[in-house]
Design a protein around this ligand. Structure first.
Ligand code: COI
Length: 352
């Protein structure tokens, strides 16, 4: 069903002020945002308005109790100059899984897709075209009740804003295998994109960065033995001729890029195993010269090659980037599909 969106355009676009060759991730915001509010059991007042501050009550429940979820997506330009999205309904699907877990209302597909398409169309001049760059899209939902008691909010806002970005990681990353802190536990919220998952990762990541690492690799909460995900990506390891990634056991985010990489690799005939991966197995493979590649996958990071990792105080250095058959193949294939320079065999692209 078509929805009606009230549009209030900015009187003066800021796009001409942007130096698209020098963008730091997440610092520049395009002209408009989409907003829809939930009240009395329904989503209403869909609008597109200039990007800018929003007014919030000090007692806003999202700020106190973290009833807040988000998504990450991207828009690209195709060779004809048209704007397009990559698997947007997968993000909506995950948003609604997160909403359910956090006792928040689901967002109907027509509101999400119509708001998203109209927003991207309006700000399509903000989509960068350099290889590796894109218009990053941040949909998010938060509880807005002006109430301090602990119970699910009755009102919510859903907003989408966008920002032109280059690569999240400009170079391969050095990671620390985390053995003190825990990201998620069985029955918790590790598999959904809840704001609190990221808030609780700040201190462990900061401590790792102070030691010279770019990121951490989370391990399971029971034994700190099985790898889970990094602070910003899902993880893949290439052991011999097998590609391994941790299975979605309830503590790991269901990454859209993760799922796309598995599909691409299987279609190309590679063996991909989704299962528990122990640090013992990774270290043994390394010692036997079988650890060929390790990388993170995510919307923002796309493919983040792991240059090396530290485990129990020992440094492990991975092969040079030119030798990384799998991560290079995935980076090139995803980039080709994103921008329609390669065949979209899976029908992932949605043109606007
Ligand atoms: C994304 O990849 O879109 C994410 O949401 C990760 C974020 C921490 C940048």
């Amino acid at each position: 069903m078509a929805i009606s969106i009230k549009i209030n355009k900015t009187p003066q676009s800021r796009v001409h002020l942007v130096d698209f060759d020098n963008i730091q991730f997440g610092t520049i915001f395009s002209d408009h945002m989409f907003r829809v509010d939930y009240k009395d059991g329904e989503w209403k007042d869909a609008q597109i308005l200039p990007y800018g501050d929003i007014s919030l009550a000090p007692s806003l429940s999202a700020l106190h109790y973290g009833q807040a979820i988000f998504e990450g997506m991207k828009a690209f330009k195709n060779p004809e100059g048209g704007a397009q999205l990559f698997r947007p309904t997968e993000n909506l699907h995950r948003l609604n899984i997160s909403a359910k877990r956090m006792a928040m209302p689901e967002l109907p597909e027509n509101i999400f897709m119509e708001g998203l398409k109209q927003l991207i169309k309006l700000d399509e001049k903000w989509i960068p075209t350099k290889i590796g760059s894109a218009l990053y899209i941040r949909p998010f939902m938060f509880a807005t009740d002006d109430f301090v008691g602990v119970r699910p909010s009755k009102t919510f806002s859903f907003i989408i804003f966008t920002c032109p970005v280059n690569s999240y990681y400009p170079k391969p990353i050095k990671v620390l295998v985390e053995e003190k802190y825990v990201r998620a536990f069985d029955g918790g919220i590790g598999s959904v994109k809840a704001a609190g998952n990221y808030g609780s990762s700040m201190l462990p990541t900061q401590e790792a960065q102070q030691k010279g690492f770019d990121q951490i690799i989370w391990t399971d909460g029971r034994e700190h033995e099985y790898v889970e995900e990094s602070g910003t990506t899902n993880l893949f390891f290439v052991l011999g001729d097998k590609v391994l990634t941790p299975n979605l056991d309830g503590t790991i985010l269901q990454g859209v890029t993760r799922n796309s990489c598995i599909k691409i690799l299987k279609e190309k005939g590679f063996t991909v195993e989704e299962r528990k991966i122990s640090m013992k197995e990774i270290v043994e493979a390394y010692d036997n010269g079988l650890l060929k590649d390790a990388f993170g996958t995510g919307t923002a990071a796309i493919i983040a090659r792991i240059a090396g990792f530290n485990y129990k105080g020992k440094e492990y250095i991975l092969p040079p980037i030119e030798e990384r058959e799998i991560s290079n193949l995935l980076y090139d294939t995803l980039g080709g599909i994103y921008t329609s320079q390669m065949e979209d065999k899976f029908n992932w692209i949605v043109k606007i």
